[in-house]
Design a protein around this ligand. Structure first.
Ligand code: HEC
Length: 417
């Protein structure tokens, strides 16, 4: 009986794979709708629209290349390492399906009766925001502008601390706004940097030049639509006398462009202050156990770091930050009592152009005394196609593009012991 079933299964698989060659309308379009169209829709940073058969077949060769080489979609976390919200990766079968469709001659197939109009992954917007923090004037990009990041500092001016239950970033110019990291500064440093720079805002390629009170408090990428709602009792704090700091990453553009982006906030009426989510730094170069953080020319190196927990915590999201010499990250925890390992995040192919904050489907609970480990790899040799300084030179820690970073930021709730 078992043998029969096995034969039967094998036979069905072979028969059907041969029968149904992939076609655009049935197989390819739904995949592109989920994984590509959030950015490649003609009105977003994805350079070409991948919305209809004509365009998709015209770019078929490139689509095959970028999917088979894991370049697109630009989601970098390893699938299955941990449960991350709104994952956007193609699995091996889906990549093969696209390849088969290309190899078998771009069959269009019949248009389905019902069209899926709403792009998937779209969540509700904040219709009546309690607060809006907007750039105070437009940022002007000249023509032939290369990729660049600019920091905008917006004063909060409130009478008391408030707590957000939903946050929504609205990009002013979707053609160039690639991502935005929002932080909260209570030190006045961001405003000081702003005053030194003659342009609106200040130039900073990666971080903010300092570590603010709430670092990467909210992070938006071009494939996100709608607001992020926090589940009560989890809230995000905005201190009365602070600055909202928008760090916007702009894509390259041939034509001159302008951007005026803003943030909408929905406040929570019943405050449960004991449970707000802090956006803090988990790993800095000071936590490295095989330092100092120096990478010589033509050297490949791993750096290892450890943090011991003084309190039990819950991790809601995580965001590593490296630059162009950086090639991978792995972050995990070991429980002090049971010795049990908890996987947190793995990015096997780090790409500084696609930095992202990864939100966990279920917050990761860690006990007091647990240790969190991070391993980051760097390749400062010609074999690394992302290096911008060639021939390679010795690299030290720093936020300028000539230096390298080792920072992991996380969203954390400290629990009672
Ligand atoms: C988060 C937004 C985003 C998503 C999602 C996305 N792309 Fe892209 N894609 C871009 C941007 C931006 C570029 C321009 C090049 C760059 O900045 O890396 C690009 C470039 C490309 C290119 C041109 C590559 C080159 O060398 O010029 C192709 C082909 C492509 N994407 C296909 C896809 C496909 C297929 C998917 C889905 C499987 C996808 N993209 C998903 C943003 C995205």
């Amino acid at each position: 009986m078992k043998l029969f079933l096995l034969f039967y299964t094998l036979f069905t698989v072979v028969c059907c794979a041969a029968q149904t060659a992939a076609n655009y309308n049935t197989h390819i379009k739904p995949l592109l709708q989920t994984h590509c169209m959030p950015c490649h829709n003609g009105n977003n940073i994805g350079t070409m629209p991948l919305t209809d058969y004509k365009n998709v077949s015209a770019y078929a060769k490139m689509i095959g290349y970028v999917t088979q080489n894991n370049i697109m979609p630009p989601w970098k976390a390893e699938q299955g390492y941990n449960h991350i919200k709104n994952t956007s990766t193609l699995n091996t079968a889906e990549i093969k399906l696209i390849k088969n469709w290309i190899d078998s001659g771009l069959i269009q197939g019949k248009a389905p009766a019902k069209q899926n109009v709403n792009p998937p992954g779209k969540t509700a917007s904040i219709n009546k925001p309690d607060l809006v923090f907007a750039m105070q004037k437009p940022f002007a990009q000249k023509e032939n502008f290369t990729e660049r990041a600019q920091v905008f500092v917006i004063p909060v001016n409130l009478n008391e601390d408030v707590f957000a239950e939903a946050i929504e970033f609205i990009p002013g110019n979707k053609k160039i706004v690639k991502s935005c990291s929002i932080s909260i500064d209570t030190s006045g440093k961001a405003a000081q940097y702003d005053s030194y720079d003659l342009n609106y805002g200040y130039y900073s390629p990666v971080g903010l030049n300092f570590i603010p009170y709430q670092y990467n408090w909210y992070q938006w990428t071009a494939d996100m639509q709608g607001a992020t709602f926090y589940n009560k009792p989890y809230l995000k704090k905005i201190p009365a006398n602070s600055h909202i700091v928008l760090h916007i990453f702009y894509a390259a553009s041939v034509a001159a462009q302008k951007d005026s982006s803003y943030v909408k906030i929905k406040l929570c009426k019943k405050q449960d202050i004991s449970r707000f989510i802090n956006s803090r730094v988990l790993f800095t170069p000071n936590t490295i156990t095989n330092g100092p953080f120096v990478i010589n020319a033509d050297e490949k190196r791993n750096f290892y770091a450890t943090v011991s927990l003084q309190k039990p915590i819950e991790i809601h999201s995580i965001m590593p930050m490296g630059q162009n010499a950086c090639t991978s990250w792995e972050i995990y925890a070991i429980d002090s009592v049971t010795g049990r390992r908890t996987d947190i995040l793995s990015i096997p192919r780090w790409d500084a152009h696609w930095r992202k904050k990864y939100d966990f489907s279920i917050p990761i609970q860690l006990t007091k005394g647990s240790k969190i480990f991070a391993v980051a790899s760097y390749n400062n040799s010609e074999g690394n196609a992302s290096l911008i300084i060639l021939p390679a030179k010795k690299i030290i820690y720093g936020e300028s593009e000539r230096n390298e970073m080792f920072i992991v930021q996380y969203d954390v709730v400290e629990l009672a012991e």
